[in-house]
Design a protein around this ligand. Structure first.
Ligand code: KIV
Ligand code: ZN
Length: 501
């Protein structure tokens, strides 16, 4: 058994399925290049049949990236496989990832089918994909809840049909760590041709056990893990790349190696978080803001005496650079460029100029501009191209008085103004906004996040607005939280306006 563990990154496919976190092709290329630098072995670049955007992203990522295998997802459907192959045409190393649900729940309720029919479809899809590429990965969707005996039959049959990798997803995040270990071990022991393929883990985090399950899968003999940066993904997310990579680095005695350059973990994490506008929880293992912050007196005392008292990893090993240059109103373009680069973002000179202008405006309001602020500015350029823009906002609020807001919007060059009162400043401002927009919109989610510390900090607002049966995600960031909220709402409006046009 090889002790090299292959890292299959699905940030750009499973990770990108998070509502509101979709990236455009240029952003996906940026992430794919960072993943290549990080040293991942496989990049799952998309599900080409699902949309022209996904198809195009797989094409462009294939052109932009050299070393990793580029993988495209399909259902066990010939047309999906044709389209995936077309999308992979420029990839230097290509893989088709096809598969079908194998649990009784999927067989009965999703396919209204039988185990025998599903087995035949699995073999047919593998053989069909094999006509196009040598490297075919087969996924047994919901393998976590699939009966092991039947799962072993499917795995044996698809390996016989040519699958080089077999993926055993715990699609619903249901398995217990011991159960997942036993499942992989069962396959290792009961599938005759198992040594002709690599077993892959793909664990979801619904019960908070994705990393434990993945790790146990590796202990039982899996040699590929499917992971995402920051553990992003549908619902509670996928196994996080950084956790698996650092577990194996910290526990060298296991003798399992990856190709990950761990010093690129933190910059890649920040880049994905800022491009997707998806905050990383402060206590997230490895990449959370507090992951290396010792606040209790006893811990601080111990760390000052010897860091090994409370630290099992050197922050530098994951790319955390604690000698950060503080950015202020006197910092030049080069300092800003450097901080963005350290955090994984490289801008063109033209874009840097625009971000620098915004940086100076922010530095006027705040004494120190943090890395998180700079990343937020670097990601927040879309407002320039929006049809609806906030011209001005004035709010009167306080204890014992009703909040009143007046707002000015610029809609494709035309000016509009309105005023309204409400239950608090945000409510008043949004009511005034709705007087101008006059559409049936409902605010479904509203999250406010301060980036770091200080009452002058930039507040980030994430919103979801329902319009015409669909949900639209919006983001705003400003030192004034009411303005950030209105900007997030306007961001949602611009998204559905674009679709209406
Ligand atoms: O979770 C899952 O089962 C998947 C498959 C499509 C691989 O993402
Ligand atoms: Zn998944």
């Amino acid at each position: 058994m090889s002790d090299r563990l292959f890292i299959f990154d699905t940030t750009l496919r499973d990770g990108e399925q998070v509502p509101g976190c979709q990236l455009n092709t240029v952003e996906k290329i940026q992430v794919a290049k960072a993943l290549e630098q990080l040293g991942v072995d496989v990049i799952e670049a998309g599900f080409p049949i699902s949309s022209p955007g996904d198809f195009n992203s797989v094409i462009e990522i294939s052109k932009a990236v050299t070393w990793p295998v580029i993988c495209a997802l399909t259902r066990a459907v010939e047309r999906d496989i044709d389209v995936a192959f077309e999308a992979l045409q420029y990839a230097k190393h290509k893989r088709i990832h096809t598969g079908i649900g194998t649990s009784d729940e999927h067989i009965q309720f999703k396919f209204n089918s039988t185990r025998e029919e599903i087995l035949e479809r699995a073999v047919a899809a593998t053989k069909y994909a094999k006509r196009f590429v040598d490297d075919v990965e087969f996924y047994c969707e919901d393998a976590g809840r699939t009966d092991n005996e039947y799962l072993a039959r499917v795995v044996e049959a698809v390996i016989k049909a040519g699958a080089t990798v077999v993926n055993i997803p715990d699609t619903t995040g249901y398995c217990l760590p011991q159960e997942y270990f036993d499942k992989i071990k069962y396959l290792k022991e009961h599938v005759d041709n198992i040594d002709r393929a690599i077993i892959s883990t793909h664990c979801h985090n619904d019960l908070g056990m994705a990393t434990a399950n993945t790790f146990n899968g590796v202990m039982a003999g899996a040699r590929q893990v499917e992971v995402t940066i920051n553990g992003i993904g549908e619902r509670a997310g996928n196994t996080s790349l950084e956790e698996i990579a650092m577990i194996l680095k910290c526990h060298k005695q296991l003798g399992i190696e990856t190709n990950i350059n761990t010093t690129k973990i933190y910059p890649t994490s920040r880049m994905v978080s800022s491009l997707m506008n998806m905050p990383v929880q402060p206590n997230k293992a490895i990449v959370g803001r507090n992951a290396f912050a010792h606040s209790s007196g006893i811990h601080q005392d111990g760390v000052l005496k010897n860091v090994q008292t409370y630290e099992i990893m050197d922050p530098k090993d994951v790319g955390i650079d604690d000698n950060s240059i503080v950015l202020t109103a006197r910092s030049g373009r080069a300092a800003l460029k450097h901080r963005l680069h350290v955090n994984g973002v490289d801008l063109t000179e033209e874009k840097l100029d625009k971000v620098y202008e915004k940086f100076l405006a922010l530095a006027d309001q705040k004494k120190e501009v943090s890395d998180a602020d700079a990343l937020m500015l670097a990601g927040a350029d879309t407002a320039d191209t929006h049809a609806v823009r906030l011209d001005f906002l004035q709010v009167t609020t306080g204890k014992g008085v009703k909040s009143v807001a007046s707002i000015g919007l610029d809609i494709s060059g035309q000016k509009f103004e309105a005023a309204a009162s409400g239950n608090g400043p945000v409510d008043a401002a949004i009511k005034a906004l709705k007087k101008i927009i006059m559409k049936q919109m409902t605010l479904k989610e509203f999250t406010i996040q301060a980036i770091s510390k200080g009452s002058d900090d930039v507040g980030k607002v994430h919103m979801q607005v329902e319009y015409d049966g669909s949900l639209y995600y919006g983001f705003g960031a400003n030192t004034d939280i009411v303005t950030a909220s209105v900007e997030a709402y306007i961001d949602c409006i611009n998204k559905f306006k674009k679709e209406d046009e």
